[in-house]
Design a protein around this ligand. Structure first.
Ligand code: NAD
Ligand code: TYD
Length: 354
């Protein structure tokens, strides 16, 4: 193990964002050991890493972050000196159906990881870091104007965002109480390849392709700030290496879209790709019952990250969406795999009554 200059535990590396982060770190830093701890829930998929899982600096550990023994053993076995924590229950609609599993993984799981880090990192804090990946949803909702900054007060409104807010508070509490070196980043909505098709963009791509109704919640007026997933991974890389311990950084796309406009843009892109007439996929748009407690608008001010570390998104939304649609069209086997079985049950429960 001694030959690796950093031994990094990445949790949730089989998921959407985690797999992009694992790929980036494995390929960019062959001198780092990357240990991916993932329970491989419905949202995790080891196929997401099949192009890099042969690399010598990669280890996969199948396990639950809630389990203290498993987590402690990671620190002992691999002499972990850095954590990038992404494992979470991540879908708002599921948190409305089953809030307690969010409390378990997001709050208890994060606390178990923090405690293991605290217990095993007794010296040389300057050589350690607990990097917690969080969301802009902890800030609650915006009206038509304004932006979330790092100083915006937390005001979470869904079980998902409440569980992420609680986890952020535990991270900061471990920093203030035990001097654990931590960083938190709060990012806006991501999109890109390997995104589980329960979330807006991949769900709409899948339904357009299969001529299924496109379920737009409420009037489709809610606004999200979309960021290409690899730009999020680049931001994590930058903050991990150059960010200041004890600090929070907001990451956003400078890219606000009303849901209905986004769905129409996807329809236009896919009409072209699928050789459909103009306006054809748009006929599938179906307004359905709104999500309970649906946050109106998220918009991030990522100025601190830009000023301090020079980060900005690399892709325009149109370019990113084209790439994303192409990936889904070329990876139908992946889609078939993840949407078989449990997905159908979830989909029926979530959309049948709307
Ligand atoms: P995801 O649901 O795609 O993946 C989550 C991963 O965590 C999966 O591989 C799953 O198997 C694993 N996991 C879940 N519970 C676990 C447990 N108890 N123990 C071990 N592993 C477990 O999520 P994502 O969209 O990739 O999000 C990753 C992180 O980024 C989350 O912390 C999320 O809150 C945050 N985030 C996501 C977005 C977004 O737009 N998706 C935006 C900002 C922040
Ligand atoms: P989602 O991808 O679930 O992300 P989040 O709720 O974390 O922002 O949803 C993005 C937006 O799209 C949100 O305003 C809810 C809306 N939405 C729909 O209108 N229909 C859908 O089927 C889904 C999944 C989401």
């Amino acid at each position: 193990m001694l030959e690796y200059s950093k031994k990094i535990l990445i949790t949730g590396g089989a998921g959407f964002i985690g797999s992009h982060v694992v790929r980036l770190f494995l390929t960019k830093y062959p001198e780092y050991l990357i240990v991916n701890l993932d329970a491989v829930t419905y949202a995790g998929n080891l196929e997401n890493l099949k192009d890099v899982d042969h690399l010598p600096n990669y280890r996969f550990e199948h396990g639950d972050i809630v389990d203290e023994k498993t987590v402690d053993s990671m620190f002992v076995t691999y002499k972990i000196d850095h954590v990038i924590h992404l494992a979470a229950e991540s879908h708002v609609d599921r948190s409305i159906m089953d809030p307690l599993s969010f409390v378990k993984t997001n709050v208890l799981g994060t606390s178990v990881l923090l405690n293991a880090a605290k217990n095993s990192w007794k010296d040389k804090p300057e050589e350690k870091l607990f990097y917690h990946v969080s969301t802009d949803e902890v800030y609650g909702t915006l009206g038509k104007t304004g932006y979330f900054t790092e100083e915006t007060a937390y005001d979470p409104r869904s079980p998902y965002s409440a569980s992420k807010a609680a986890s952020d508070h535990f991270v900061m509490a471990y920093h203030h109480t035990y001097h654990l070196p931590v960083i938190i980043s709060n990012c806006s909505n991501n999109y890109g390849s390997h995104h589980f098709p329960e979330k807006l963009i991949p769900l709409m791509i899948n339904n357009i392709l299969n001529n299924k109704p496109l379920p737009v919640y409420g009037k489709g007026e809610n606004v999200r700030d979309w960021l290409w997933v690899d730009d999020h991974a680049r931001a994590i890389d930058l903050i991990f290496h150059k960010g200041r311990p004890g600090q929070k950084y907001n990451i956003g796309g400078f890219n606000e879209w009303k849901n209905i406009d986004l769905v129409k843009l996807l329809c236009r892109i896919m009409n072209k790709k699928l050789g459909r007439a103009e306006g054809e996929s748009e006929k599938l748009i179906t307004y359905v019952k709104d999500r309970p407690g649906h946050d109106l608008r998220y918009a991030i001010d990522a100025g601190k990250l830009n000023r301090e570390l020079g980060w900005k998104p690399s892709l325009s939304f149109e370019e990113g969406l084209e790439k994303t649609v192409d990936w889904y069209l070329q990876n139908q086997e992946w889609v078939r795999h993840v949407t078989s079985g449990e997905y159908q049950k979830y989909y029926n429960e979530q959309y049948a009554k709307r």
